[in-house]
Design a binder for this molecule. Structure first.
Ligand code: UT7
Length: 330
């Protein structure tokens, strides 16, 4: 019998800008305080890409160059780059296209995928499917967001949450049972009104009015998003575990989207996991949207063992949400 062709993550790269924006810095900018931010979100500081002329593609490029170095990979071998982001360098061409040029992936095609905070999971599932067909051998999936480019730093309800960063993985074929196993992905456009960018698209193109009304900044109605996120992320993770008859004991790590420590707690609880099995770096990076999950893999790479069962789970604007099960391959 021919062994099942799966997509294995064979390398991880990451990048966060050097500049830190701490809760104490924010205390000087808006009416907030370190204690409120830490207790309501778990965040202490986030990274901000301050250099003029630098964009999402530059952070993604750094993350992918790390993979190229680690794997001694010839960029010409890369077949495809999928870039999950809500902060593309520009509406078109795609950021993936610009990244391909910057890393020297001259033989690759690429495209952007927009699923907000669930973007990495949607892109990972898409990339894994490309490998599983047998058509492609080296697919880069990168989650990147320069959230500071769409945040209003006078709005205390959003500016305390978000940060900038990029995380990338290399997917390659595997036939030993390891790698990507399954995903359950969901979206519900009726939730769009709770978390979105009001202007700058075809519905409401940029104008003096949209700029004056601050409609090019991310809008979030935090409480409904919080409620949907707690339920969505926990439900879909539990559903994936039930589908594959996995229990908390089978899971080595939960890799949750880092939006709010309280949402992460609720998901871990529902999955029957103790917090020692949960990757949490929200305190140092905040919510980097599409980059949170690969940045966790980047931070924890050395602690992962071949064969470990990982559940990746996310919830974000759209609404979009989902969970993926992977068996770590190295
Ligand atoms: O990643 C994509 C998906 N996004 C999420 O999953 C985020 C989901 N939402 C959240 O994480 C939370 O709703 C927030 C962190 C955004 C807000 O926390 P919350 O516990 O839901 O606060 P709240 O909006 O209910 O506000 C409670 C109080 C309000 O004051 P009053 O009306 O009770 O007097 C706010 O005005 O806290 C006030 N407040 C703040 N106080 C100090 C709101 N923001 C701040 C702040 N500092 N930064």
């Amino acid at each position: 019998m021919t062994p099942t062709l799966r997509a294995a993550i064979t390398a991880v790269g990451g990048y966060v800008p050097e500049t830190k924006l701490t809760n104490f810095d924010l205390e000087k900018m808006v009416d907030t305080n370190d204690e409120w931010i830490k207790s309501r979100t778990g965040i202490s500081e986030r990274r901000i890409l301050r250099e003029p002329g630098k964009a999402s593609s530059d952070m993604a490029t750094e993350a992918i160059l790390e993979i190229i170095r680690k794997k001694n990979l010839d960029p010409l071998e890369i077949d495809c780059i999928i870039c999950a982001t809500v902060t593309p360098d520009m509406p078109f061409p795609s950021t993936a296209n610009l990244i391909g040029d910057k890393v020297g992936a001259k033989n690759a095609f690429g495209f952007d995928l927009g699923a907000a905070c669930s973007g990495f999971l949607f892109a990972l599932t898409t990339g894994a499917s490309f490998i599983e067909t047998g058509r492609y051998k080296k697919v880069i999936v990168v989650g990147v967001d320069k959230m500071s480019s769409i945040i209003d730093y006078t709005d205390r309800t959003t500016c305390i949450i978000f940060g900038d960063g990029a995380g990338a993985v290399l997917l390659e074929p595997s036939t030993d049972g390891l790698g990507f196993q399954d995903s359950i992905l969901r979206s519900d456009g009726s939730g769009a009104k709770y978390l979105y960018l009001k202007a700058g698209g075809s519905l409401k193109p940029a104008s003096i009015e949209t700029v004056m009304a601050k409609e090019h900044f991310a809008f979030q109605d935090g409480q409904p998003v919080f409620k949907f996120a707690v339920k969505g992320m926990a439900d879909v993770s539990a559903e994936l575990m039930e589908k594959h008859k996995l229990t908390g004991d089978d899971i080595a790590w939960l890799v949750p989207h880092q939006a709010n420590l309280r949402i992460i707690d609720a998901t871990a609880n529902r999955m029957g996991l103790t917090m020692e099995k949960v990757m949490i770096n929200i305190q140092k990076y905040g919510n980097t949207t599409a980059a949170t999950i690969p940045l966790c893999l980047w931070d924890w790479e050395k602690q992962l063992n071949k064969g470990d069962n990982l559940i990746l789970a996310a919830f974000g604007g759209g609404f979009t949400w989902g969970a993926s099960w992977i068996k770590w391959a190295y």
